[in-house]
Design a protein around this ligand. Structure first.
Ligand SMILES: [Zn+2]
Ligand SMILES: [Zn+2]
Length: 286
């Protein structure tokens, strides 16, 4: 055998070995990926459940669930109107008679950045009264700050994308302390406010039949060890809010953080560890 043929054979063997390993490792996450744009991926994650990840600039989670034959619920929008439009148009192609309802879990852009498109197209958007209030009082300033930072970092295009997609409040509100119960034929949603944490208005959404809990930015993924942006947080009371979340939904099996990999109830104690470490490091000397 000529050396070149030997090398070619070896490469072929290595290629199949790697392909096999890659297929095994990523079987859950890439095989069925639906790529709507370079930074926008939808992945089926169980019967009637879709994971949406939009990166603008960093990845944020949205959840899409079929709760009845013709009814879908999306928890949190992608970062901007255009990505939200791509998701809605994809849904209309896949399920031509689908109706959509959207819930925003707090007032930051990674939860409601696509409301402008949704409201314009008469798609119902739900959020807590406190979310509307906070968006009104500080949300737009937060967004201005982000745009300024992007420009300072030379990321002008990113700032322009945000600017072209102004933040819009949800149109249907509920008193945050009452939460909301939304029964559909295929699942029942419980919207629950556990108390302040990442923001003072962070709400959570539980899909009872599926034992699926969207914790949003109140919870960190296991791969994340940072407390993240705490400009609007209540770090001192955050951990107690997670305790209340644990008590409210003890049967939750799948738990979704605002960013990063989905997990289970371990995300709650993991986040509490991050908060405790932060508080310890930032303890003021007596
Ligand atoms: Zn946030
Ligand atoms: Zn977030």
């Amino acid at each position: 055998m000529k050396p070149t043929i030997k090398i070619q054979l070896l490469m072929l063997v290595l290629f199949f070995m790697f392909a096999g390993v890659a297929n095994f490792v990523f079987a859950q996450t890439t095989v069925q990926d639906i790529k709507l744009a370079d930074n926008l991926i939808i992945t089926p994650a169980g019967p009637g459940v879709y994971r949406i990840v939009h990166s603008l600039p960093w990845p944020a989670n949205s959840l899409l669930v079929q709760v009845a034959n013709d009814q879908f619920v999306m928890v949190d929008t992608p970062w901007d109107n255009y990505a939200t439009q791509l998701v809605v148009e994809w849904l209309q192609r896949e399920f031509p008679s689908a109706k959509l309802l959207v819930i925003n879990t707090h007032f930051h852009r990674d939860c409601l950045g696509g409301n402008g498109y949704l409201v314009e197209h008469k798609i119902p958007t739900y959020g807590a009264d406190m979310t509307v209030d906070l968006l009104d009082r500080i949300g737009h300033d937060r967004d201005e700050n982000s745009m300024r930072e992007f420009r300072d970092q030379g990321k002008r295009e990113l700032a322009d994308v945000y600017k072209a997609s102004p933040l819009v409040a949800p149109t249907t509100t509920f008193p945050i302390n009452q939460g909301m119960l939304l029964p559909f034929s295929g699942d029942t949603l419980e919207v629950f406010y556990p108390g302040p944490g990442h923001t003072v208005d962070n709400i959570t959404v539980y899909f009872r039949n599926r034992k699926l809990l969207f914790g949003g930015c109140l919870l960190k993924s296991l791969g994340n060890r940072n407390i993240g942006f705490i400009g609007d947080a209540d770090v001192l009371n955050w951990s107690a809010s997670i305790d209340r979340l644990r008590e409210q939904f003890p049967l939750a099996e799948t738990v979704i953080p605002g960013h990063g990999a989905w997990g289970n109830m371990a995300l709650l104690s993991h986040t509490q560890e991050i908060i405790a470490a932060y508080l310890q490091q930032n303890e003021k000397p007596e």
